[in-house]
Write a protein that binds this ligand. Sequence first.
Ligand SMILES: NC(=O)c1ccc[n+]([C@@H]2O[C@H](COP(=O)([O-])OP(=O)(O)OC[C@H]3O[C@@H](n4cnc5c(N)ncnc54)[C@H](O)[C@@H]3O)[C@@H](O)[C@H]2O)c1
Length: 270
Amino acid sequence: MVEYDFTDAVVFVTGAARGQGRSHALAYAEHGADVVATDICETTAESKYELGDETELDETVELARDRGAEAIGVQMDVSSEEDVEYAVETALDEFGKIDVLANNAGVAPVGSLLEMDEENWDHALDVNLKGMWLCAKHVGQHMVDRGEGGRIVNTSSTAGMVASPGLGHYTAAKHGVLGLTKTLAVELAPHDVTVNAVCPTAVDTPMTGGIVESIDEDIAEIAEQSGPDNLLDDIVQPEDISAAFLWLSSDDARFVTGIGLPVAAGATAL
Ligand SMILES: NC(=O)c1ccc[n+]([C@@H]2O[C@H](COP(=O)([O-])OP(=O)(O)OC[C@H]3O[C@@H](n4cnc5c(N)ncnc54)[C@H](O)[C@@H]3O)[C@@H](O)[C@H]2O)c1
């Protein structure tokens, strides 16, 4: 992996108990950053598979410390403005500033668009889209007030670029994340805050296992027939997505803003 210098930087990571969020937290820690690892740590009524828990969040914090970082864990639900404000305040009390927001938390509770109910739709949009906005709003405001720039990296998906059967609400939210990213990039450019999105294809995380376990056979068949298919024949790992986060947060990417970067093994090429 490329060497970056995030010494003295404070990175606020959402969905950090496991999967890509944990990988991002540890990647920034390995490159010198201090880390605020946040997660809901609770499986909600609308979740169709288990989410991260408190023990996993504590493990992320310990693993970040093992890599030399100062790290804290904060439980919060990204879809609650009260929670987000509390987590940002806790981070600022502890570290005094936030340089990078790794806006990663998400859920994928499968269901076809005709059969899902309103709660299911609202939950997917609340976490995957409203949650990204709330975190960007409160961390972004801090970056503007501080006046020393910053980096926001949002997690979209290939489902932010093309259809994803069985995940219509998620697909709508992830397309929305790209719109949010572009607009935030325009609004925050005068403050030297760059805002970008990463669009992963299927990644080897508990979410992918959760989708496979909970998806209805009929939808799985439609998904199988309709793609998109990876062109490169290997499973993308969380670290592959962390590499894109590090680059977009680094000085090397100082003139990159407002983009959605597919880390998709070619899945969006056809
Ligand atoms: N896994 C994939 O194939 C894939 C592909 C493209 C994009 N993504 C996106 O990548 C991101 C990370 O997903 P992952 O694969 O690591 O999934 P994951 O389920 O392994 O991890 C997601 C983490 O987010 C947390 N979380 C869920 N709801 C939350 C909430 N309301 N508030 C705070 N934390 C919450 C969970 O507890 C969990 O620890 C998500 O935005 C997801 O949509 C995943």
